[in-house]
Design a protein around this ligand. Structure first.
Ligand code: BTN
Length: 239
């Protein structure tokens, strides 16, 4: 089956769709694939965390050739496509982007993304969307929600098709346009944030992102680029 130029390969159960996509990258040539599974037994999140695969939610990985130097474009194009797909169902929904690549709905995390490099020029964009339920536990870093909890009734299939149409358009856009749109929809520009990276924490003002999608943190009168980490909004109970 092909949607928006992407061949979709469906599985009932895999360990992680990112791992299966990486295997395809070893034998593919120039194809644009989506590996999608109903269940993951070892779904992975960013920074070594686990991603729970709750029934009815969406788990998939896009495999495509994209130059590593344009990674920022890919991050922005994907996050914006998620936001736009949600807004197709509910144009007035409170959807915000949280650096580096989370999507928040009513302040709770509804989607997360894990970007990895495959063989050759292949990039793997692994995306989890809480369609009908969201993981809840006291030790979660952030509050979570699902489309259903926000009153959006849909299926993983329908959401994936809408995402792919938006994504196919976004990857043709330039970094400046994507950055402009990302900033317009970002949470916390100009606010105090903490950025945690491997046990260290820096507090400063969230100035925005550059065209590589790197975060710009102002500490005093110095601006610093942050390439990876977790952001916490200070003075916001949802973190
Ligand atoms: C995060 O927010 O930490 C990123 C979560 C990414 C989860 C998705 S689910 C599909 C793909 N396969 C994985 O193992 N992880 C990503």
């Amino acid at each position: 089956m092909k949607t928006a130029g992407f061949e979709i390969i469906e599985f009932d159960e895999v360990n992680s769709t990112n791992d299966v996509a990486a295997e395809y990258a070893q034998s593919s040539s120039g194809q644009q694939l989506v590996v999608r599974a109903k269940r993951q037994t070892a779904g992975r999140g960013r920074r070594g965390r686990n991603w729970q695969s709750l029934d009815g939610n969406l788990f998939f990985s896009v495999l495509l050739e994209f130059e590593l130097k344009n990674l920022g474009q890919l991050i922005m194009a994907s996050s914006l496509a998620l936001l736009e797909a949600i807004k197709e169902y509910a144009p007035a929904a409170d959807v915000q982007l949280k650096w580096p690549n989370d999507v928040l709905l009513n302040g709770g995390k509804v989607s997360g993304m894990l970007l990895e490099k495959g063989d050759g020029e292949y990039m793997i964009i692994g995306i989890g969307v809480n369609v009908v339920q969201s993981p809840k536990s006291a030790d979660m870093l952030y509050s979570t929600t699902s489309l259903k909890e926000a009153g959006i009734e849909t299926t993983a299939d329908d959401f994936l098709a809408r995402f792919l149409h938006r994504f196919a358009k976004n990857i043709k856009k330039n970094a400046a346009d994507l950055r402009y749109k990302w900033l317009k929809n970002a949470k916390g520009i100009g606010q105090k944030i903490a950025v945690r990276q491997n046990g260290t924490e820096q507090n400063g003002i969230f100035e925005g992102i550059d065209e590589n999608a790197d975060l710009i943190l102002r500490i005093g009168n110095k601006k610093q680029k942050i390439l990876a980490g977790d952001v916490f909004y200070l003075g916001d109970e949802n973190g």
